[in-house]
Structure formats: structure tokens, C-alpha cells
Write a protein that binds this ligand. Structure first.
Ligand code: DGT
Ligand code: CA
Ligand code: CA
Ligand code: ZN
Length: 583
């Protein structure tokens, strides 16, 4: 039997909480399940081992009753209580939970008042006005639900890099360890670090194709097998993503790797360049055509292939046919940023607002990652739902940081910041005389998402004109695969960032990855500094920086374009540059 994963356990607990809420159970009981689910999401230990040794109670947020249920899940792969509870509900109801903005309270009303229990029924009820007429719903809610249904269809079959990276990386590392496997890589959009991917493409070089394919289709992460052949297999992983495996001989590997890395647009140009030299390029080889004036050179890896076509090696992230060929010919490809270049980061939350780790825990985690500084930017007072800080709590946090900093002997530093809400009119949630006490300010939009593009752009630019605003947070507010960003004229924002000396954030949270990689070359050209921030709400989220690096690379950025590559001792001047300029 396949071992149940931590995420599957968390999902089960989350579903139980939703069902209990529909049943109108006591809030404490409901909260116990949601808290336990959250605790598991960030638990880094081995859950099966902890269950086996009776140590689940040690996980903060997991009580005795829930620990017993987790133990049953780990031991048997299912939970009797959950199955019985589920049987009390129409099955279609669970799909409704996947719609953005629709929670148990509303689902309960829709079910009881309109007898709506499936997504198609819900769509119909919205369109004929029955949902808008429900008490507490209204036209706006009905429209939002329709928007969520539309988004669900539009995004079906796509996956955020952050939700499938663990499965993909585990598979490739296990493939590499098989006897007789010479090389194994995840190609496709995953290798190009696209923010969302359609499927995974594994390429393996081996002399034992049957054994490798067998290992792949029988892996415990596999939910179902779509095809199982000698050199091509396809499966669906438990997360729902499809994964294709191509097994090739060592000599074919560079060609298969290059072809299946793509993009399709990049491949077309590669093949064209081969043709103009009288050669033919496909996923197996580069060979001379009859009319060829020369034979292609021997090729043992991807750089050889690019060299053969008179190109510098093009990093996978740049293979989108967006100027990489001209640069590779002219030897002007950028020396792309790497994770190791980062020295610190700025947009991070703590338990003071909606984070789940304390200030001290966050600082320790940053040091363990080898960072020299950590910026703390908890929410400001208007973000009530996120427990935003009022003036006195912010001042107390500044004092607390001062004390911690005094103990670091200058080797590490916490910078005091705030993620300040931008009001509807572009004014900020804190007055200047308070912002002056901070090392830096992240300004972000968390309300009034539906302004027109012109109003929204004006609002953001007005905020950037404030000399205390060091950086603009998540530029469009998009949530990948669930919510489009608000309407905003990004080129105008980039222009204003350049004019005011404001940095633009590359929010590295895999749900955001905002500003989009397609805009970074323009920002760089205008001289706008990038700052890569994880928007961490837990110590484990500092790992999001890796996703941010992938996007920065896709945006052609080097270490000199990203301010948080600067070491302690140099970063301070950059943080205060904008204020100094205004004085
Ligand atoms: P995805 O999976 O939709 O996120 O995107 P990719 O880029 O991984 O696309 P996928 O999995 O369909 O195919 C992997 C690569 O194989 C793709 O990037 C380029 C190559 N490829 C697939 N179909 C074609 C094609 O019709 N022409 C060319 N030139 N290359 C193709
Ligand atoms: Ca793919
Ligand atoms: Ca594919
Ligand atoms: Zn935010």
C-alpha cells in the first residue's frame, strides 16, 4: 500500500473541518481540525515515524483526538470517521469547496435554501438570479461565484510550480539512483521554471529502458498509469499532474533533453538554424542532409549543441524565443542570478500580524539559511483580517528588534519594516512621522481590487511618490490559478518606479510570482531595482526564495539587478537612498 502523505492528511483534516462547519458544529471543534491541518503543512519531520512512535502530540496544534485519527490514517490509509461523515453529504458539494471565495457557510445556505449541490447547478442558480436573491448574498457575491467557476474551467489541468516541485524532484532523484541510469532530468516547462506547468517531462539516459519504465509506473507517487511502453510512459501523480517519461540511449540524451525542454518556439528556431547549415535536428540526433557542405561536430551535451549552431549556451529559463538567440549570437547573454547570490530578504511576516513563526524564529531560520539580514514587514493597521499592527505595536516591535540586533555583533541584522496598505486614494496606512522610524517600507494593495485600470495605476503611483516607500509589494495581486491580478498599467508603474527610485518586488511565494517574469527585462532596462521577497508567513516559507530566483532568471536578471544580493554594509545605503534623495 502506498504511504499516505502529510499533505493528504492535512487535506483530510481540512475537509473534516468544512463538513463540521456545514453541520453547524461547535467552533472550537472545527478550529481544532483547521489548526491541525495548518500545523501539518509546515511540519518538517517524518509524519509516519512520529505516528508510529506515538509522538504526534509533540506537534503544536495537534491534540489527542486528532492525533489518534492521524495514526489511523497512517496505519490504514483511511479514516472511518471521515468516511462516515462524507456519506452524510452529496458528493458534488466537495467540488464547490474548490471555488475561490466560497466557504462552508455559503455552501450550507445554497444547499438548504436552493438545493444546489453541484457546480453546474450553482452556475445555473447564479445565472437565473436565485443566488443574488438569497439573504446575505446579493448580485456582487453571485458575480464573484460565476467568476470563480469560470476561473476553475480556465485553469483546469494547470499546476503551480510550488505544488508539484516536491513530487517532481523526488522522482528525478530516485531515477538518478537506479542502477544503469547515466543521466536523468526534468525537462519541459518545469526546467524552464514557468510559474505554472501543464505536465512533467522526465528524460532518462540508460541501457535498461524496461527496468526504468517499470520503476516509474510502479512508483508510490503514481495514482494511475496512462501509458506504459518500452521508451515512453505516462502516469498521473497523486497531486493530479500528468508525468511523461522518455527513456533514451546516452548518445541521444542531449537531443532529447534539448527538444523536451522546449519551448516549442525555441525549438523551431533551433531546427531552423540546423537546416540553414544543411543539417537536420530532432529529439534523437543532429545529422547532415544530402546537400550539407559540412558534417556536424560530435555532441555529448547541450552546450555542444548550441556551439554547433554558433550560439553561446542558453540557460533553460531563457528558452522562450524572446531575444535569447540574438544575445547568444552576440555573446551578450546575461550571467543569470543564482540562489547563492542572495544575502538577505525583506517582505516577511511574524506572529505579530498573520505569520505563524515568531520574530526570533524567523531570524534564526534566516541565519540557518546563511542570510546576513532579514527584513520584517508585518501588516499595517487597516489589514484587520491579518491582525495588522497599530502604532504602539509597531513601535514595540522596533524596540524588540533593537534588542535582538544588539546580540548579533554585526554579523546578522534584522531590518525594521512594515507592509503598509495603500488606501483606495493612494495614501498610506501610516503617517510619514511613523514611517520615518522604519529602515524600509513595502507598500501593497490589499483592498479595493476592482478599481479601473486608470484609477488603480494612479493609486499605486501616488504611493510610490512617498519618499518612505522603499519597495512596491506584489504589483498585480494575482493569485496563480485562482485570481487574476487587478487591472494595472504595469509599464506606467515601471516608469514611475524608475522616476521615484522605488524598488519593485519579485514576490517569490509560488502562489504569486508577481511581478511577472515577462516584465522584468523592461524594468531592468529602465534601471528599476528588483528585490526578491518570499512574503514568508512561516520559517519554512523562506524556501520560496528558490522559486523567486527561477523567475528572476526567466526575467534575464543578474545579481547586480537584484538589491538583496548586496551584503550587509552595502544594503543600508540602498534602503535609505530614496529618502536621502528627497532631502
Ligand atoms: P507544459 O507542459 O504545457 O507546461 O509546457 P511544456 O513546454 O513542458 O510542453 P510539453 O510538455 O507539451 O512538451 C515538452 C516540450 O516538447 C516542449 O516544450 C517542446 C517540445 N515539443 C512538444 N511538442 C512540440 C511540437 O509540436 N513542436 C516542437 N518544435 N516542439 C514540441
Ligand atoms: Ca510539460
Ligand atoms: Ca509533456
Ligand atoms: Zn501582502
Amino acid at each position: 500500500m502506498a504511504q499516505i502523505t502529510k499533505d493528504q492528511i492535512a487535506d483530510t483534516l481540512e475537509s473534516i473541518a468544512q463538513m463540521l462547519e456545514i453541520k453547524g458544529e461547535n467552533v472550537f471543534k472545527i478550529r481544532a481540525y483547521t489548526n491541525a491541518a495548518r500545523a501539518l503543512e509546515t511540519y518538517t519531520g517524518n509524519i509516519a515515524a512520529a505516528a508510529g512512535e506515538g509522538r504526534l502530540g509533540e506537534i503544536a496544534g495537534v491534540g489527542k483526538a486528532i492525533a489518534e485519527k492521524i495514526t489511523e490514517l497512517v496505519a490504514t490509509g483511511q479514516l472511518d470517521y471521515f468516511e462516515k461523515l462524507k456519506a452524510e453529504f452529496p458528493p458534488g458539494l466537495f467540488e464547490m469547496f474548490e471555488l475561490q471565495g466560497l466557504g462552508p457557510k455559503k455552501i450550507k445556505v445554497l444547499w438548504e435554501a436552493l438545493n444546489v449541490t453541484t457546480v453546474p447547478e450553482l452556475e445555473k442558480a447564479c445565472k437565473d438570479g436565485r443566488v443574488a436573491d438569497l439573504p446575505g448574498f446579493g448580485k456582487k457575491t453571485s458575480d464573484n461565484i460565476l467568476g470563480a467557476i469560470e476561473a476553475r474551467t480556465k485553469f483546469a489541468g494547470r499546476f503551480r510550480l510550488g505544488s508539484i516541485a516536491a513530487e517532481a524532484e523526488r522522482m528525478v532523484s530516485e531515477l538518478r539512483e537506479l542502477p544503469d541510469v547515466f543521466r536523468a532530468t526534468i525537462a519541459g516547462s518545469f526546467r524552464r521554471r514557468k510559474e505554472v506547468v501543464g505536465d512533467l517531462d522526465f528524460i532518462v539516459a540508460t541501457n535498461s529502458p524496461a527496468e526504468v519504465s517499470e520503476f516509474f509506473v510502479k512508483h508510490e507517487m503514481v495514482e494511475s498509469v496512462i501509458a506504459h511502453g518500452a521508451t515512453k510512459s505516462s502516469v498521473r501523480f497523486k497531486s493530479g499532474i500528468q508525468a511523461d517519461l522518455r527513456v533514451v540511449k546516452s548518445a541521444e540524451y542531449p537531443f532529447a533533453l534539448n527538444y523536451f525542454t522546449g519551448s516549442k518556439e525555441h525549438n523551431i528556431v533551433m531546427r531552423q538554424r540546423a537546416l540553414t547549415r544543411g543539417w537536420t535536428l530532432n529529439e534523437y540526433r543532429l545529422a547532415a542532409l544530402d546537400n550539407a557542405r559540412s558534417t556536424p561536430p560530435p555532441i555529448t551535451d547541450e552546450p555542444d549543441l548550441y556551439r554547433a549552431l554558433d550560439l553561446d549556451f542558453v540557460e533553460p529559463e531563457l528558452r522562450e524565443d524572446r531575444g535569447e538567440f540574438a544575445a547568444a549570437e552576440a555573446h551578450t547573454l546575461p550571467d543569470l542570478i543564482e540562489t547563492e547570490n542572495l544575502r538577505g530578504t525583506f517582505h516577511n511576516h511574524t506572529t505579530a500580524s498573520d505569520g505563524r513563526s515568531t520574530l526570533a524564529e524567523m531570524a534564526e531560520a534566516a541565519q540557518e539559511l546563511g542570510l546576513q539580514y532579514l527584513g520584517i514587514a508585518d501588516h499595517s493597521k487597516s489589514s484587520v483580517q491579518a491582525h495588522g499592527l497599530e502604532t504602539d505595536r509597531l513601535l514595540a516591535q522596533i524596540a524588540e528588534i533593537k534588542v535582538l540586533n544588539a546580540n548579533y555583533d554585526g554579523h546578522f541584522r534584522i531590518f525594521t519594516g512594515s507592509e503598509v496598505d495603500i488606501h483606495k486614494d493612494g495614501s498610506l496606512d501610516f503617517p510619514d512621522h511613523l514611517l520615518e522610524h522604519l529602515d524600509y517600507v513595502v507598500a501593497s494593495i490589499h483592498s479595493s481590487f476592482t478599481l479601473s485600470e486608470a484609477e488603480m495605476t494612479k493609486r499605486i503611483i501616488r504611493a510610490m511618490e512617498n519618499p518612505h516607500v522603499t519597495m512596491l509589494g506584489h504589483v498585480t495581486g494575482r493569485l496563480l490559478l485562482s485570481r487574476d491580478g487587478y487591472a494595472v498599467d504595469v509599464p506606467a508603474v515601471i516608469e514611475a518606479a524608475a522616476a521615484t527610485g522605488t524598488m519593485i518586488e519579485l514576490n517569490a511565494n509560488p502562489k504569486r510570482l508577481d511581478m511577472d517574469w515577462r516584465w522584468w527585462p523592461r524594468a531592468k532596462e529602465k534601471g528599476v531595482a528588483c528585490v526578491i521577497n518570499p512574503d514568508a508567513h512561516h520559517t519554512s516559507h523562506l524556501q520560496f526564495l528558490h522559486f523567486g530566483i527561477g523567475i528572476a532568471r526567466k526575467g534575464w536578471l543578474t545579481r547586480t539587478d537584484v538589491v538583496n544580493c548586496l551584503p550587509l554594509g552595502q544594503i543600508e545605503a540602498v534602503l535609505s537612498a530614496k529618502r536621502a534623495r528627497r532631502k
